[in-house]
Design a protein around this ligand. Sequence first.
Ligand SMILES: Nc1ncnc2c1ncn2[C@@H]1O[C@H](COP(=O)(O)OP(=O)(O)O)[C@@H](O)[C@H]1O
Ligand SMILES: [Mg+2]
Length: 308
Amino acid sequence: MAARVAILTDRPGWHGRELQRAFRALGVQTEFASLSDCRFDLETPRAGVHVPGFDSGPPDAVFVRSIEAGTFEQVTLRLSLLHALREMGVPVYNDARAIERSVDKSMTTFLLRRHGIPTLPTWVTERHSVARAVLMREGARGHELVLKPLFGSQGKGLERLGSTSTIPADSRVGGVWYLQRFLDGGEGNWHDWRVLVAGGRTVAAMLRRGRSWVTNVARGARVQAVDAMGELARLAIEATAAVGADYAGVDLMRDASGSWFVLEVNSIPAWRGLQAVTPVRIADALAGDLASRYLCSSRIRLAPAPMR
Ligand SMILES: Nc1ncnc2c1ncn2[C@@H]1O[C@H](COP(=O)(O)OP(=O)(O)O)[C@@H](O)[C@H]1O
Ligand SMILES: [Mg+2]
């Protein structure tokens, strides 16, 4: 019988179709399911997790493509369902632990530093007075700061603070100020790098040139493919391993002296912008990586994953 993989997403869209096609090419069946429709099955003696479309048994693996936003309770439940699937022996790609560790930017920064991976000086606090003191101290040294939402993505809600700025109120930041030294690329020369890593190897990489200092594709950055080599590749691979992710989109910047810094690790990255500029079929690389590591080889048609 063919292996069956659940692609967890509330909106399959382009990414879902790409994954479905890539898994089909490996002889793997897929079903889309929303995490909010998954549930704990606590009536059976051993308890389990029910995933829609998998009535006769759990999926052979789960690909987490999106986790819907929700209340603290809803998101906790959804993450618990992913943890529970792992407890049941179902491979979860990326696992809840990796997702938790990378969704919280402070935890990512902590792990990057613990693993000796260069990242920018960063402060995280629940105290407005501490945030203000950091801003004053950094300002006196001639540095600006970037304030980021702890759970942010796609460049949303970022704010640049100079020595004359005021620290925004706690209601604006959910009561947590995540402050990072601003690395100035120079007016009009805003850029950073995004590297997609899977299975300990780079899949593809791009240079993003921003319309503003926030260079996310969602903010209108222009992108071009680059070869992920040397430090860029090494740091992206190490950063992915540091959060314990199977695959990740890693953002990096470089200072005037050429030193690299890892900005963040995305454990549920979108890849449409990257796909537009790279010949590598990204969904094939991800599906191939999941299948080769987590699915029984007698139940898949494995072709070499198109990786570099
Ligand atoms: N410390 C920084 N210095 C300069 N630019 C930054 C800094 N942090 C973030 N940026 C810019 O903002 C973008 C978004 O920041 P990032 O930390 O990746 O958050 P998000 O999860 O919203 O993508 C980066 O791609 C980069 O262009
Ligand atoms: Mg980013």
